[in-house]
Write a protein that binds this ligand. Structure first.
Ligand SMILES: NC(=O)c1ccc[n+]([C@@H]2O[C@H](COP(=O)([O-])OP(=O)(O)OC[C@H]3O[C@@H](n4cnc5c(N)ncnc54)[C@H](O)[C@@H]3O)[C@@H](O)[C@H]2O)c1
Length: 262
């Protein structure tokens, strides 16, 4: 009889999670570590990083913090080589960091070209370069790369959800997340013969204290009648990372309460 729970375990595996201190990243680190992985949380917030690492180690989870600025694209290859040397291998790589400029939320009318380019560089180009390098490092014994996308990689923003909320969706986000989804397909096709799976996990909006009007509008449009939470996303990442998803690659896994199907 197949042991499906054993297939979900990641004992003996090394999992790198970028943006590991963020809203979603923290939960992904916990999920992968609970499944038995040695987790490397990569982020730029040094003090919080040490505290996060200590807290989870006290709870018996093998989480290790690494301070790396992922916006420095020319240093990414060397940073990944260093992680591989220090931790032995990279079995799971989760591209989840969310670097953005101060004027990230600017509407198209006010958008500056330099800011557009910078965000594409920090979010799309860094995801591309890191996931390419992760695949190269995984060629020996295979692995799983998970790129965090978004509902906005498959759909345009619905203005009704943002009306009178003071919130808006940055134009670059659609280009970045749409790009991430098709980048994933390329890498999955190219590196599949090495036993490397590459998938995109696309969350819907995660509740993080947004104003109530927005939360109500969002829930109203969503079949499951609520925003996402980080656990919803982390569970799906764990599935994609594990042996349960052994035949799933190039896929776009929507974790959106049905937002994108209506
Ligand atoms: N929050 C949502 O509603 C939502 C919805 C869909 C998709 N997503 C996606 O999920 C991912 C995580 O989003 P989040 O909401 O958890 O973001 P967040 O801002 O809470 O966390 C992002 C983390 O990335 C780190 N980071 C930023 N710049 C960095 C850099 N240069 N180098 C290293 N680390 C850096 C931050 O310090 C932070 O800990 C992103 O890809 C985002 O686009 C988020």
């Amino acid at each position: 009889m197949n042991d499906y729970i054993a297939k979900m375990r990641l004992d003996g595996k090394v999992a790198v999670v970028t943006g590991g201190l963020g809203l979603i990243g923290r939960e992904i680190c916990m999920a992968l570590a609970q499944a038995g992985a040695k987790v490397i949380a990569v982020d730029i917030a040094r003090v919080n990083g040490r505290a996060f690492e200590k807290g989870l180690r006290t709870a018996g989870l093998d989480v290790n913090y690494e301070n790396i600025d992922l916006a420095k694209l020319e240093r990414l290859d060397a940073a990944m080589d260093a992680l591989r040397s220090k931790y032995g291998y990279v079995d799971v790589f989760v591209n989840n960091a969310y670097p953005r400029t101060k004027d990230w939320a600017a509407r198209p009318e006010a958008l500056k070209l330099a800011s557009w380019r910078k965000n594409i560089d920090m979010q799309l180009n860094s995801y591309a370069w890191l996931s390419r390098k992760a695949c190269l490092l995984m060629r020996k014994r295979g692995g799983s790369v998970i790129n965090i996308g978004s509902i906005y990689g498959v759909q345009g923003p619905d203005a009704r959800v943002y009306k009178n909320t003071g919130l808006s969706l940055p134009m670059a986000y659609s280009a970045i997340k749409g790009g991430v989804i098709n980048l994933t397909r390329y890498l999955a096709a190219y590196f599949g013969p090495y036993g490397i799976r590459v998938n995109t996990v696309c969350p819907g909006g995660v509740f993080d204290g947004q104003n109530m009007k927005f939360v109500r509008n969002y829930a109203e449009k969503t079949p499951l009648k609520r925003m996402a939470n980080s656990e919803d996303v982390a569970g799906c990442v764990l599935f994609a990372a594990s042996g349960l998803a052994a035949y799933v690659t190039g896929d776009t896994l929507m974790v959106d309460g049905g937002w994108s199907i209506v």
